[in-house]
Design a protein around this ligand. Structure first.
Ligand SMILES: O=C(O)CCC(=O)C(=O)O
Ligand SMILES: [Fe+2]
Length: 338
């Protein structure tokens, strides 16, 4: 694992005080700075019952008791092997899933259970390391790679009950999406949600939509946490062992002129167990300009709702803000559109 990290995240000189992490880098800043904040895993290790005020959500933002799990079974499950055989019904199911839910789970995806398990094991190995070891890969304040917290832009912002390791890995020269993306960039984020003694007062990850083209998420096989917003309700995405959760990101929403939805989602905390999630973001190259594709502005969807934006600017702009639902998508919206 440490091998994998050291290949992808360059070592930064770190300067730690108690459990806060800072990192300096000599390179020019490329992302808006994120304010250093405490390590949540360490807070829980020091005292499992403490939930400092900085993590406590306003009443209306807290996870509610009202159980929407009856809606979970409606979240579409797509069989990739059928799709690859050209099955029309499965294709229609995918089309509807992207329009109505923006989220679906994929089974028969061809990724071996051994590989999925290896990803889980190597991430667990990393998060189990002592803090000093993990902090050797601390996220510099002006970058999104490394171990720590991004999207913290003010001292009084309410914080998420989680830590993350984020890697921006490979540029894949794949034919299919290459034209749209110049070069596919793959970001990989591992989230670690320590248990929380007051799970009803905090959120593991604030509501947000992903700035990606698509996101592929592997969650814990048994511990629930991911919730998606569907028609104003927060619906849990119940884990199906070895299935992958896929969601439409902002880029597809923009390319499709809003036909396919990049949905708000969040993670809630668990009272007893730590949960991890392993998230792959496929994104375009920074220089790629994205705008609604000509054929997606059509008689059924005549009003163009997004302007042309350069992906790198879109991403960097979103990182200047705290995660707050779809607020960051405003940058690409045509002014007259709410
Ligand atoms: O942990 C989860 O299930 C959600 C994580 C997530 O939405 C993200 O990392 O963008
Ligand atoms: Fe997300």
């Amino acid at each position: 694992m440490s091998d994998m990290v050291s290949k992808t995240v360059s070592r930064q000189s770190t300067n730690m005080s108690s459990n806060e992490t800072f990192a300096e880098t000599e390179e020019a800043p490329t992302y808006a700075p994120s304010i250093p904040v405490p390590n949540v895993q360490e807070l829980v290790r020091e005292d499992p019952l403490q939930v400092p005020q900085r993590y406590v959500r306003d009443q209306e933002d807290r996870p509610k008791d009202t159980d929407m799990s009856h809606l979970s079974s409606l979240i579409p499950v797509i069989d990739l092997s059928l799709l690859l055989m050209g099955n029309e019904d499965e294709l229609n199911k995918l089309d509807l899933a992207c329009q109505e839910w923006g989220f679906f789970q994929v089974v028969n995806h061809g990724v071996t259970n051994e590989l999925l398990q290896k990803m889980k094991d190597s991430a667990a190995e990393f998060f189990d390391l002592p803090l000093e070891e993990k902090n050797k890969y601390a996220m510099p304040s002006n970058d999104i790679h490394g171990y720590g917290h991004a999207y913290v832009v003010s001292e009084d912002q309410i914080l998420d009950w989680s830590d993350a390791l984020i890697l921006l890995i490979m540029g894949m020269e794949k034919e299919a999406l290459l034209k749209l993306h110049k070069q596919l960039v793959h970001g990989y984020r591992m989230n670690y949600y320590p248990p929380c003694s007051k799970p009803d007062q905090v959120l593991g990850v604030s509501p947000h939509s992903d700035t990606s083209t698509i996101t592929i998420l592997m969650q814990d096989d048994y511990i629930c946490g991911l919730q998606i917003q569907h028609k104003e309700e927060w619906v849990p995405v119940n884990p199906i062992p070895n299935a992958l959760v896929v969601n439409v990101g902002d880029v597809i929403e923009i390319l499709s002129n809003g036909k396919y939805k990049s949905i708000n989602h969040r993670a809630v905390a668990n009272p007893e167990k730590a949960r991890m999630s392993y998230v792959s973001f496929l994104v375009p190259h920074d220089e790629v300009e994205i705008e609604p594709l000509d054929h997606m502005v059509n008689p059924q969807n005549p009003q163009k709702i997004y302007n042309k934006v350069k992906y790198g600017e879109y991403l960097r702009n979103s990182m200047k803000m705290k995660m707050e639902g779809k607020a960051h998508t405003k940058m690409a919206k045509i002014d007259t559109i709410a």
